[in-house]
Ligand binder design. Sequence first.
Ligand SMILES: *Cc1c(COP(=O)(O)O)cnc(C)c1O
Length: 450
Amino acid sequence: MKTIFEPFRIKMTESLKVTTAAERQYKLKAAHNNVFLLDAEDCMIDLLTDSGTGAMSDRQWAAMMMGDESYAGSRSWKRFETTIGEITGMPYIFPTHQGRAAERLLALTRVSAGDIIPNNSHFDTTRANMEFAKAAALDLPCVEAQRLHSDFPFKGNIDLARLEEYIGNEHERIPFAMITVTNNTGGGQPVSMQNIRETKEILKRHHIPLVIDACRFAENAYFIKTREEGYADKSLTEIASEMFSYADAATMSLKKDGLVNIGGFFVCRDEQWAEDFRNALILQEGFPTYGGLAGRDLEAISVGLREALQLEYQQYRHATIEYMSRKLVDLQIPIVRPSGGHAVFLNASDFVRHIPAVQLPGIAVVNALYREGGVRSVELGTLMFGRTGQVAAQELVRLAFPRRVYTQSHFDYLIEVIEEVWKQRHKLKGFRIVKQAPFLRHFSAWLEEL
Ligand SMILES: *Cc1c(COP(=O)(O)O)cnc(C)c1O
């Protein structure tokens, strides 16, 4: 059979409030034309992020009822430790309340002022935590990553030549290097096993540890299985374990491939790293066997991580994204190809060519999608990345897909909304900023249509 269906059926539903175009027009205006300021219930299809927005399975909910809420050494902690130990092969496992807490404590314990932390691309919270520790967060994406339409299968790779060059010059200033799988900032693009292995080889020669930012490690494992030679017959768990075998430590936001709504972890091999992290964790997050999470969260995570590594689940997840991409390409709507693991990106500069970057073409598309169909997306362009008076390198609109939440008919509706906006693209107008904060302005800016 050609049709790949959702490998689950639904036994609990959550109503969507159906809104009219007139209502949405009013709501958007009241939100100063910034979709971050809308109430979530006014968004029929909410594609703002895939973080913490997934649906848990009946097995996860059942496991939550088994949560052991003992302060120290709970059964739930044991299960969490065993599961993550088996997948990552790391001896020291620490829960944190989300990914950035693991990053913050890693920076606190291992990063000093003046250090350099290379990465394929730092995610914003990772970058912010490294910079807060007065280190430089260095992005070294491979050259293919900049080519929006290149079909290179592993556009998330780190640039090995540049990594080697930086290490040659700045060896003592690098306490560790990172690889983010998949490369979120670079569009959820995958990193190949070969690239991780070669990164490790370079670092090993200079005695520099490798830390994996593992938020979407299961989606990355699926890309390796389907795109990289030699992995077709391996299970996703085997592939994930090989990925972690090259790392000395890892941080993870379990709100992604943990298939839960909150949680994170830090794992490592080195005893001293573990000792320092444990002490910081007790001070700032909680006792090391719960680390800011409830026992029931630890249970849901243990089940979720296993479910994320199920082949049928990843096949369905990737099929959803491919389905969307293919339909949009057929309609000749400009998107970034190939699509990454958790989102489809519209290329706003090509979508509304008459709107220059200073007039926020991404926002024009984002707001039109909301007005037309109650779809909430996010601009990754001049509003998010440009500083006052400057424009961003690219004007993109991200449609991030929550895990196991929307069905194919929601996606068909979404495609229809995008097509309708595409037909009316010549009529869309640009926006200007009327009020903005000094940092992270996209979250709270007030915008006015031109
Ligand atoms: C989400 C994310 C983080 C931060 O995790 P939070 O749970 O949101 O704190 C770090 N790195 C990457 C790649 C992410 O996608």
